[in-house]
Design a protein around this ligand. Structure first.
Ligand SMILES: [Zn+2]
Ligand SMILES: [Zn+2]
Length: 337
């Protein structure tokens, strides 16, 4: 096999996950887990997705918040209650391990919800099938899931955990999280744009763009340097510029994850990024699900929509693209998902 051919085989593409139909006895452990844990999206021949017709429904911030907030606040309330009633603090290693498990539940619930929405509303650019994972890259997605589960919570603990401090959140939390996210997104914006515009840096981002019609689990389908940058460098730099308390940073990490997953889910709906859009939507600078979907579709040079959490920096630096299916005239605000 030539190098070009083997590279091509690594590309997520429609129907590439036909390996999931192999008998269990022929599946590797990783394949078995990806199938069993419902990570893969049903392909078009397994599920009849709605065709992209008519106006798109909305899933505005408040609706998203109703689903996410109770789950995000619960571990903070539980630790507060534990410390208040027992007088003990929580060992960081124990809390870190509990956090890993809890985050997985959070992500799985969110992921499952997004799949249910795609079944109900179909996909953007829905005449074209969504990409699927080729057999020789199952290890990559599995490793990303594992890294994501371990590394980001670790960052939150290393940066901000103080076991003797009672959990607390400010009434200004939404504003704090929005500012923090905008700072992290500024760092991300320039790093991302540089990989598109500086030829020698493109190789660090190229793999992520091998998917033109991503699905949620392809969020982290990227080369190692990009994975590290996305997961650690931009939030750590943001923290150095604008430190948050442990509980705020923990909530931020959950919300941030949920937006990243949503941005790759391809659902045909108007879904704004929850951390910054309440602040930015009045100015038309919110990021919605379609913005990053279009960024994938129209790939490398002369691309646009480099922000991952807002369109604020894209607007300021002149790289904000036009929406297609979720353009204002095609959104039905009376129709919720
Ligand atoms: Zn890109
Ligand atoms: Zn992406």
């Amino acid at each position: 096999m030539t190098v070009a051919a083997s590279k091509k085989d690594e590309r997520p593409r429609e129907g590439a996950d036909s390996w999931k139909h192999k008998p269990v006895s022929e599946q590797s452990m990783i394949e078995y887990l990806l199938i069993k844990r419902n990570i893969l999206i049903p392909s078009a021949d397994e599920f009849k997705y709605p065709k992209p017709t008519g106006k798109v429904p909305v899933n505005l911030e408040w609706e998203q918040q109703k689903r996410l907030f109770p789950v995000a606040i619960l571990p903070i309330l539980a630790r507060w209650l534990f410390m208040k009633t027992t007088g003990y603090s929580v060992n960081p290693i124990v809390l870190y391990l509990l956090t890993i498990v809890y985050n997985q539940l959070f992500v799985r619930r969110h992921y499952k919800y997004l799949i249910s929405l795609s079944k109900k509303h179909g996909f953007l650019d829905g005449e074209v099938g969504r990409d699927a994972l080729p057999e020789n890259m199952t290890w990559k997605v599995f490793r990303e899931f594992a890294q994501g589960a371990l590394v980001r919570p670790l960052m939150v603990f290393v940066l901000a955990y103080n076991r003797y401090e009672l959990p607390h959140l400010s009434l200004w939390l939404p504003v704090q999280l929005a500012i923090f996210t905008l700072i992290a997104d500024f760092v991300y914006y320039w790093a991302h744009r540089a990989t598109h515009e500086v030829t020698s840096l493109w190789r660090y981002h190229q793999r992520h763009h091998t998917t033109k019609h991503p699905v949620a689990y392809l969020l982290g389908f990227a080369d190692e340097p990009q994975e590290v940058f996305d997961a650690l460098v931009s939030p750590v730099l943001a923290f150095l510029m604008y430190p948050l308390g442990f509980d705020a940073l923990y909530m931020w990490s959950l919300y941030f994850n949920s937006v990243e997953i949503m941005g790759h889910a391809g659902i045909r709906a108007y879904m704004p990024a929850i951390l910054t859009s309440p602040l930015l939507r009045p100015f038309g600078l919110e990021l919605v699900l379609e913005d990053h979907d279009l960024h994938h579709r129209f790939g490398w040079r002369d691309s646009y929509n480099y922000g991952k959490q807002s369109m604020f920096w894209d607007n300021i630096f002149g790289t904000m693209g036009e929406r297609v299916e979720t353009a204002e005239a095609n959104v039905d605000y009376s129709l919720t998902v």
